[in-house]
Ligand binder design. Structure first.
Ligand code: SF4
Ligand code: SF4
Length: 415
């Protein structure tokens, strides 16, 4: 999202945001931004304003006249009843509809949104913003059945008979209500699998504060998304595992001196603050300036890294052989590419490409055994080593140890 905002590609930015967050304009106003705690830029000054950037992407989208709607899979003919139109229920509907399942949301109130509608102060969350984001869920295909509490046993059983699955996302549930519904209880709510939200009653799932104590709407949304994946697995006869687990490995906390390598690539300006930071969001200029602060310390080939694809396929465990990680280093003195030797797996593809193209210096293997590494020979600089096939090497490198400099990188270096 941050790279897309930098490139002023707002349609892709909102597409990225809405893969995970159903109500980004809402959360951008009320969320305490736990995601920013993990931002590495804070080791230099302040974390990226990730939450405000999401809000900016969402506000631009809502003001566009044709807000983003994702593609949905063909209708499966399956129907899901969701009890509760708060953040967990709304997020579940957003994802279930994309899987092709019809959703009807029941709520005892006359407006959807739960606590977002009835408890958050108006000056913090204008209701036209909340209602505009809920309208997108309706446009995607959700049916709202408002002023419709599901309290007695017969209404609940009726839903179970009429729908293929039922999700309870009605906020904190009183023990007496659980007894009426004949659902097993566990402090503080319904007993459900924490990875999937599946209860012991066939076809009944639970999410959000119905299962656990939650203080943040973003966590309720995440629970709703997890339950949607589990319900889709249930409805399509798969093993119910909840969110698919993607192979991931992290470099962890930076060592002394490593942040300087990242800072070579980015401008040093401080975190942007909206003009009236109590209620306002970023202007276009502030959003772009803030996005340029990103260190791009994530993976540069998250969808195509072959190491990740094979690790996932063969269920590799990155903790099986613990050892010291290699120091982080980034070489940027080349007009087209950058090199992060810590990500190199010594596959030798770049060496072969250089040999084939008769690159005068090229890359070569240096050292032996466990210490072997790839580098230009004779300690020559990157720009001297790769004069003809730098782009080819970056395209072939399976882990993005060699990667194309984004236009953004070039732009910030010109400053
Ligand atoms: S990629 Fe950008 S936003 Fe993410 S942790 Fe690194 S600096 Fe922060
Ligand atoms: S192609 Fe990439 S991973 Fe393979 S040796 Fe070259 S730099 Fe290392």
């Amino acid at each position: 999202m941050i790279r897309q905002i930098s490139a002023e590609n707002m349609r892709d930015a909102i597409r990225t945001v809405k893969r995970d967050i159903t109500l980004p304009a809402v959360l951008g106003r009320i969320c305490p931004a736990p995601c920013e705690k993990g931002c590495r830029r804070r080791e230099h000054d302040d974390p990226l304003a990730i939450c405000l950037l999401k809000r900016y992407a969402a506000d631009v989208d809502l003001a566009s006249g044709a807000p983003y709607l994702p593609d949905c899979r063909p209708a499966t003919g399956k129907k899901v009843a969701i009890i509760g139109a708060g953040p967990a229920g709304l997020a579940a509907a957003w994802h279930l509809l994309q899987f092709g399942h019809a959703c009807t949301i029941y709520d005892r109130n006359d407006k959807p949104g739960g606590n977002l509608q009835y408890a958050v102060p108006l000056d913090k969350l204008p209701r036209d913003i909340l209602n505009a984001e809920i309208r997108q869920i309706e446009k995607l295909g959700a049916t709202f059945n408002l002023n419709h509490p599901v309290q007695d046993q017969s209404s609940f059983e009726n839903l179970r008979k009429t729908y293929d699955a039922v999700l309870i996302a009605a906020g904190k549930i009183q023990p007496a209500q659980l007894q009426i519904w004949k659902l097993p209880a566990a402090e503080p709510g319904i007993r459900a699998n924490p990875q999937t939200g599946q209860t012991e009653v066939p076809g009944v799932f639970a999410a959000g504060s119905a299962v656990r104590e939650l203080k943040m709407a973003v966590r309720a949304e995440a629970d709703g998304k997890t339950a949607a994946y589990a319900i889709d697995q249930y409805l399509t006869g798969q093993t119910i595992t909840g969110l698919p687990k993607e192979f991931s490995t992290h470099i962890g906390k930076l060592q002394k001196g490593e942040i300087e390598h990242f800072m070579q690539e980015v401008p040093p300006h401080p975190r942007q603050v909206p003009d009236d930071h109590a209620t306002a969001g970023f202007t276009a200029e502030q959003a772009r300036t803030e996005s340029l602060r990103c260190l791009h310390c994530d993976c540069r080939k998250p969808d195509t890294c072959k190491l990740r694809i094979y690790s996932q396929r063969y269920q590799a465990n990155p903790n099986r052989y613990p050892g010291d990680r290699r120091p982080f280093e980034m070489q940027i003195r080349h007009p087209e590419i950058l090199f992060e030797p810590g990500k190199c797996i010594d596959c030798g593809l770049c060496v072969q490409i250089c040999e084939k193209a008769r690159e005068p210096l090229g890359f070569t293997f240096i050292g032996r055994g466990f210490d072997v590494r790839i580098a230009p020979p004779f300690r020559q600089p990157l720009a001297a080593a790769l004069t003809r096939v730098a782009r080819d090497c970056a395209a072939a490198c399976p882990t993005a140890a060699l990667a194309l400099k984004t236009d953004l990188t070039r732009l910030t270096q010109q400053k």
